[in-house]
Ligand binder design. Structure first.
Ligand code: OAD
Length: 240
């Protein structure tokens, strides 16, 4: 039984944004215009065909500007948990969208970067970027042209905030993974790491059992927009 002061660590993946209208990576065969996602989201792909990679992310960035794409009940429930739970709540997301923030979540750890930021390969500056990126885009910090790339983590690159995440994995007393297929590491290995510390209860909330479902103590299968608010209500009922 978790105490109301216990630290909670939540990991989200593309499944939490699916009901907001953003496609998951591995649904529908995981292909984009005939390319495997893993073949588009790499530094090698960007070196070989920058226009193709920019277009892949431009299409995703454009979705964030679409007024029909909004946070759903699962994002909102997690924001409510952060605001209400007496203990620390850490949200680590693999998602590069900003739907957690738009739902009111204050502290979001984006381990795979953020779609609404551009990174300059000439001066390393990161800038807020809401429009398209292409070879004519100019870095607002150093004025280099054609050096901007999406500030996202590609396959073969190191995810962000791993030190903070390692501390939270060791300290949490409840670990919950939501809407993630459990095939991309290091995130897929977080549950095993938490179990190795032996402190926490672990719960998976996903449409179907993930690749690492057997490592969790508990699994709940169904849509995040229904199961996440129900789970948050259960927890908050203990706060009184
Ligand atoms: P995936 O597309 O691999 O998996 C999404 C998971 O969400 C699947 O297991 C679905 O069953 C589940 N799902 C779909 N709809 C759902 C719903 N409404 N409610 C609950 N679950 C639902 O996405 P991720 O696991 O996030 O990385 O992918 C991990 C990483 O692979 C991404 O961050 C990205 C990608 O390539 C990089 O680009 C580095």
């Amino acid at each position: 039984m978790i105490e109301p002061e216990a630290p909670i660590l939540i990991l989200t993946g593309a499944g939490i944004s699916a009901e907001s209208g953003l496609a998951t990576f591995r649904g529908g065969g995981g292909l984009w215009e005939g390319h495997r996602v893993e073949d588009v989201a790499t530094p090698e792909a960007f070196a070989r065909n920058p226009a193709l990679v920019q277009r892949f992310y431009n299409l995703r960035r454009a979705q964030l500007r679409d007024p029909a794409i909004r946070p759903n009940a699962a994002h909102r429930a997690l924001a409510k948990l952060e605001a209400t739970w007496p203990g620390p709540v850490t949200l680590v997301t693999q998602n590069i969208d900003d739907l957690h923030e738009r739902a009111g979540h204050r502290d979001v750890v984006h381990m795979h970067g953020a779609l609404n930021q551009a990174a300059c390969t000439a001066c390393d500056a990161e800038t807020s970027w809401l429009g398209d990126l292409d070879e004519s885009s100019r870095c607002p910090a150093c004025a280099a042209v054609g050096a901007l790339r999406p500030a996202v983590v590609w396959f073969g690159e190191i995810p962000q905030h791993l030190d903070r995440i390692a501390r939270e994995l060791a300290a949490c007393e409840l670990f919950v993974a939501i809407g993630t297929s459990g095939v991309v590491y290091p995130a897929a290995g977080f549950v095993a790491e938490v179990r190795a510390h032996g402190l926490a209860h672990t719960l998976e909330i996903n449409l179907e059992p993930s690749s690492v479902h057997s490592v969790f103590h508990e699994g709940r299968q169904g849509a995040a927009s229904t199961l996440v608010p129900a789970w948050v209500d259960e927890l908050l009922a203990r706060v009184g």
